[in-house]
Ligand binder design. Structure first.
Ligand SMILES: O=C(O)CCC(=O)C(=O)O
Length: 300
């Protein structure tokens, strides 16, 4: 699907664009079923796949009544023949290409499962924190709802226009239970009032910029809230992090080099130290903004 001028302008103005009904219910059901098969062991896990337990389950604070209720996400699903059809879906890729250019690679993949009964919040953050590539304008995410996502079950929230701001430092929220690597942007609470709740139907897809402040609230329902996502970068990006590479394959997914691994330019002269963007202690987080991550200030 090629984007209209209005949709393109909307993306660059707000930092995100929701496309209703981009993917159909057959796909959605297949991806949901696959999650269940992976978690039950019916489907073999692909080589690099990471299945992450929710922190409350891991710490024994919640006793799940079913295996699926224990899982927070499946990460790096490349190699899974069913989930990976998402990262290669031509409808997703066409939009991505309109946003960041024709030749793109997949740089991160995830299926996020927000079960009932756990906290499951994701503080406001910028995904660029996790990516070694620059410029940010050549990176974009797609995130597709796998069931109705609402304010009640912890839909995504976004703060429009924040993609024009620099990458912030990120730290651990002071919530009691925080899933591994769910870091929050320091000082972002001040912008919570401007957040927009992105309620979506199954198959609806939001595309967003890696500097956009976004997060998600608790699931207060008795059902799951699942979504599948992928991040992409134009192959012309530069690797900007200091200290070699992450030894992970970045696969080109469009154009004449489709299927090949990225082997682009590395900046070795003025690299970025990714640790500079991490708040390294609670004291420091408190100094920067009294209580940046209080319970009342969650993205629900
Ligand atoms: O799906 C969610 O709840 C949040 C996902 C997200 O923001 C992320 O993984 O960067």
């Amino acid at each position: 699907m090629s984007l209209t001028r209005e949709q393109l302008d909307g993306f660059w103005q707000d930092g995100y664009l929701v496309i209703r009904g981009l993917l159909d219910i057959d796909n959605v059901e297949r991806w949901r079923d696959r999650l269940a098969e992976i978690v039950s062991g019916e489907a073999e896990r692909s080589k690099r796949m990471l299945v992450m337990k929710d922190v409350m389950v891991a710490k024994g604070a919640v006793e799940p009544s079913h295996d699926l209720e224990a899982i927070a996400k499946v990460q790096d699903y490349e190699g899974d023949p069913v989930l990976d059809t998402y990262a290669h879906d031509p409808r997703v890729l066409e939009v991505i290409q309109s946003l960041i250019g024709d030749e793109v690679m997949s740089i991160h993949t995830m299926l996020i499962n927000k079960p009932p009964n756990v906290d499951g919040r994701h503080p406001l953050h910028q995904d660029l924190l996790y990516f070694p590539f620059r410029p940010a304008d050549k990176i974009a995410a797609s995130w597709t709802a796998l069931e109705p996502v609402t304010r009640a079950n912890g839909c995504l929230v976004a703060v429009p226009g924040t993609h024009r701001e620099p990458l912030r430092r990120h730290g651990r929220p002071d919530w009691e239970y925080v899933n591994v690597a769910y870091l929050g942007a320091v000082g972002a609470d001040a912008l919570l009032e401007r957040r927009v709740h992105l309620e979506m139907e199954p198959g609806d897809t939001v595309f967003f910029h890696p500097l956009l402040l976004h997060g998600s609230g608790r699931n207060r329902t008795s059902a799951f809230r699942r979504a599948i996502s992928a991040h992409y970068a134009n192959v012309e990006v530069t690797w900007e992090w200091a200290g070699g590479d992450l030894k992970r394959p970045y696969r080109i997914v469009t154009g004449p080099r489709k299927g090949e691994l990225w082997s682009g330019h590395h900046n070795t002269e003025t690299p970025i130290n990714p640790l500079d963007y991490l708040a390294d202690s609670v004291e420091e987080m408190l100094r920067v903004g009294e209580s940046n991550y209080s319970r009342a200030d969650s993205p629900d």
